[in-house]
Design a protein around this ligand. Structure first.
Ligand code: SF4
Ligand SMILES: [Zn+2]
Length: 105
């Protein structure tokens, strides 16, 4: 983390690092700027998503998928899956989002 104020990946509104949803466009920002969460970075040419569990099982709801080169939620799909998938855990907004995605793909 570089200590700079993050901005929304969609509308570039400056946002507080604790903010979960962009106040302007309502993009879910959980991947951004949360302290204490490791930020994974792509090292090669390929995006992180291509090797990510949550891309493979289609539970990722981040707008940067499938082109994320930096992501806090990345999980290497060649490694054992965490017992709780944070992408499908009981975050009401996320639950709603994934429901909407299934309903209106
Ligand atoms: S969690 Fe991150 S790396 Fe994984 S698919 Fe979603 S955006 Fe890509
Ligand atoms: Zn925004």
């Amino acid at each position: 983390m570089n200590g700079l104020m993050p901005d929304c990946p969609k509308c570039h509104q400056a946002i507080d690092s604790q903010t979960v949803t962009c106040p302007r466009c309502f993009t879910v920002l959980k991947a951004y700027g949360h302290p204490g969460i490791p930020l994974h970075r792509a090292t090669g040419a390929a995006s992180l998503c291509l090797t990510c569990t949550y891309h493979a099982d289609d539970t990722c709801t981040y707008p940067q998928r499938p082109y994320a080169r930096e992501c806090t939620m990345y999980h290497d799909r060649t490694k054992p899956t965490p017992t709780t998938n944070p992408m499908t855990s009981s975050d009401p907004l996320r639950t709603l989002q994934s429901w909407l995605r299934k309903k209106f793909p």
